[in-house]
Design a protein around this ligand. Structure first.
Ligand code: FRU
Length: 494
């Protein structure tokens, strides 16, 4: 390996070699979870794209499999989905004894993108292309990334697909996965942008148990943070038309490395689980890991919740990582006075998870004798003796959190910007000066969940030297650390 060993995550999925972008064909087949992905096995940049493949029984420990859908003369195998055709609606599984896995994806050749159907008779190891392909062709150069769901009330397969340049999502229906009829279009909606990509439609429960239809749409470039981002809309879907409840623009992330979010189909109990590609088209082909490039986010369970402003929002929780935890430190009620400092040594080369909740002392803002601006902050930094620092902080007066990866020196690129912030949008706690952070640092993969998982940030990080110290620091006010837990995460010991 030329470079990049120190950056390879141990819990997040990465390709064995070469380039990886979008997750594809996410399906649970009754026994195993499948993760296919956009892959160039021969070089760490995007070319000759095929579908790589890995399987898992817990969505965390992945076993690499052979390439499942090759690049062919019909075009590169671009993004798509996989569904279980349990009742053989396509008629293509006659005599099959396995799981009827059907894939629908885009064949991309210069000037034309068309939709292909392929079926697998060996549990998703390889696919046979349907003889009548393409199953959908509108003579467009930029028409891609089909995702298919079964819509019970109308007893039809429904496809969502990106009309990339028209800035909308096409909805199509089929009885057999082969013949598709146009239903409606959704969009333009959300951010003005260049390309619409990777739509995904799924039902998600809110805190009262009510189901809502959620439509994820990835856009690139045009994110307010720069480059690629995933936006989502919440509304109703009657089998033909998606209608959002409101005109609010929602993003899944407040940093810039969570793209092409996709959801698993056929999850038991209708559980809603996503995974996103940790990358951004602005710099994904130049990352400082030369033999492999690209990582997946942790799998995340999704629910919806009304935030304190009354808006329905996505709650994302990393799924199942409790099973990987090895406790390193647990405490409650420690106090860090104003302008206090505390250091905790971290083991090198291990994935670290931190769950912390804290409350700021009463603000000096109300002090009539205070002069100058009131600065009241908490900062948590993964640092090293060479002065590198990856920090997350909370600004109490403005109730904003921030992420700063700009003091790491392993990757310099004009678009690899350092700082991101999010309002925590009204306190979810009875004490509005409380905040909680749930962090996972695993090689180049860093994830932040804050404010009871209402805010998520996904960021690639490239320190030059290992970050082996955790620093807790306060400015201007004391903080009570209501609870703190630090774990190392380890797959191999489970
Ligand atoms: C999104 C995307 C998709 C396309 C694939 C190509 O990142 O551009 O629209 O199918 O990647 O690898």
């Amino acid at each position: 390996e030329k470079t990049g060993k120190q950056y390879r995550p141990s819990v997040h999925f990465t390709p064995p070699t070469g380039f990886m972008n979008d997750p594809n064909g996410l399906v649970f087949d009754g026994t195993q979870y499948h993760l296919y992905y956009q892959h160039n096995p021969d070089a760490a940049y995007s070319a000759n794209i095929c579908w790589g493949h890995a399987i898992s029984t817990d969505l965390l420990s992945w076993k690499d499999q052979p390439i499942a859908v090759p690049d062919t003369i019909d075009g590169q195998a671009f993004t798509g989905c996989a569904v279980l055709d349990t009742h053989n609606s396509s008629g293509l599984f006659a005599g099959s004894h396995g799981n009827n896995i059907a894939a629908l994806y885009t064949r991309a050749r210069p000037g034309r993108q068309t939709q292909f159907l392929a079926t697998s008779r060996n549990n998703g190891q390889s696919f046979e292309e349907y003889a009548g392909n393409p199953v959908l062709d509108i003579e467009s150069p930029n028409f891609r990334d089909p995702q298919v769901v079964y819509h019970e009330p109308t007893r039809k397969w429904v496809m969502v697909i990106a009309q990339v340049d028209q800035h909308n999502i096409g909805f199509y229906a089929s009885n057999d996965l082969i013949h598709w009829t146009h239903l409606s279009n959704f969009g333009p909606a959300g951010l003005p942008t260049v390309n619409y990509e990777c739509p995904n439609l799924i039902q998600i429960r809110d805190e009262s148990g009510a189901l809502h239809w959620v439509l994820f749409v990835s856009i690139n470039p045009g994110s307010p943070m720069g480059g690629s981002v995933t936006q989502y809309f919440i509304g109703t879907f009657d089998g033909a038309v998606f209608r959002p409840y409101d005109a609010i623009l929602r993003l899944t992330d407040f940093a810039k490395d969570a793209y092409a979010l996709q959801v698993w189909s056929n999850m038991p109990g209708g559980e809603a689980v996503n995974i996103a590609w940790m990358g951004n088209w602005q710099y994904c082909q130049e990352l400082p890991t030369q033999d492999w490039r690209g990582a997946m986010s942790l799998p995340r369970s999704m629910t919806l919740r009304h935030d304190p402003n009354g808006y329905l929002r996505l709650v994302q929780v990393p799924r199942g990582i409790e099973s990987l935890r090895h406790p390193m430190l647990t405490e409650q009620g420690a106090y860090l006075p104003a302008d206090g400092r505390r250091e905790i040594a971290l083991p090198r080369g291990k994935a670290i998870e931190i769950v912390i909740r804290l409350t700021a002392d009463e603000s000096r803002q109300t002090d009539p004798n205070a002069s100058g601006p009131v600065i009241e902050r908490f900062e948590l930094a993964f640092a090293n003796a060479e002065g590198e620092r990856l920090s997350i902080g909370y600004d109490a007066p403005s109730t904003q959190i921030w992420l700063d990866r700009g003091k790491l020196r392993g990757f310099d690129h004009p678009f690899f910007t350092g700082r991101f912030a999010a309002p925590i949008n009204g306190a979810v706690y009875s004490n509005p000066r409380s905040v909680d952070l749930h962090l996972v640092l695993d090689g180049c993969a860093f994830e932040i969940y804050a404010n009871e998982h209402l805010e998520t940030a996904t960021a690639l990080v490239y320190p030059e030297r290992p970050l082996d110290v955790l620093r807790l620091e306060t400015t201007g006010v004391g903080f009570t650390i209501d609870s703190l837990a630090i774990y190392t995460l380890d797959k191999t010991m489970c």
